[in-house]
Design a protein around this ligand. Structure first.
Ligand code: FPP
Length: 237
């Protein structure tokens, strides 16, 4: 496996392919999401065991509202159930839970499940698992701009570009999280789909044809080995 110093601090995953997996199995799309939730559990626990500090998972995008209502309702219920049923796992493995995205639109029971788990795990020091929920980079950046315009419009015009960059960093949903080192997309498509556009500016990109319900800790381990071989120069030589 990797040398310890070559481990990414922050892995972000676009979990794609649940629908196609279900179709291949002659099942409903929702079954693909159910199977996908099991993989979320496996990958999260494995990252915790490997001492990866941050794992961000794209679970529901600002564009996913375009899906049929029945599929959206299923995903919301699945999330709520997952957050409640997995409490013991977060405690046992000392995993911190956080959310990025605009969760105002969610139902009260789902919001409560989110707040309770964030609160319950706030002092946990192993892996931080971040779920991106009703998340889109454009939406996040726009909300950040509105927040800054409303709170410190006077000050903004006097800042240097570098100071504005730092202010944006400190006010994004991801404030306090390190930038993404490794961005993985399962399911064969090669695009970023409005995910962490600001934070992944120097991320190493990995695209695998494996559909999310078939993704395993073993495959992630192989991708980590590949990551450790990549030369990261961050624009330098
Ligand atoms: C993309 O696959 C996947 C989603 C939009 C939802 C992701 C949800 C999960 C992995 C399960 C629930 C998550 C948690 C945290 C419990 P797709 O439906 O677009 O697949 P397709 O491209 O094959 O149609």
């Amino acid at each position: 496996m990797n040398l310890n110093n070559a481990l990414p601090q922050h892995i972000a995953i676009i979990m794609d392919g649940n629908g196609r997996w279900a179709k291949q199995q002659g099942k409903k799309r929702t079954q693909g999401h159910k199977e996908g939730a099991k993989v979320v559990r496996e990958i999260t626990q494995w990252c915790a065991s490997q001492k990866i500090p941050f794992l961000t998972l794209y679970a529901f995008s600002t564009e996913n509202w375009k899906r049929p209502k029945m599929e959206i309702d299923y995903l919301m219920k699945l999330l709520e159930k997952y957050l409640k049923e997995e409490r013991a796992t977060y405690i046992k493995n000392n995993i911190r839970f956080r959310v990025i995205g605009d969760i105002d639109a969610f139902s009260t029971p789902l919001k409560n499940a989110i707040f309770e788990l964030e609160h319950l795990t706030q002092n946990h020091t192993n892996l931080t698992q971040i779920l991106a929920l009703n998340y889109g980079s454009h939406n996040e950046i726009a909300r950040t701009f509105l927040k800054l315009a409303n709170s410190q419009a006077q000050r903004l015009s006097k800042l240097t570009a570098q100071e504005v960059i730092e202010l944006i960093n400190a006010n994004l949903d991801t404030a306090t999280l390190p930038n993404v080192d490794m961005l993985i997309r399962t399911g064969g498509e090669k695009r970023i789909s409005n995910f962490l556009l600001w934070q992944a500016s120097y991320a190493e990109l990995f695209f695998t044809p494996t559909l999310w319900p078939d993704f395993t800790a073993n495959e992630l381990d192989s991708l980590l080995s590949e990551f450790s071989q990549r030369q990261r120069r961050f624009g330098g030589l």
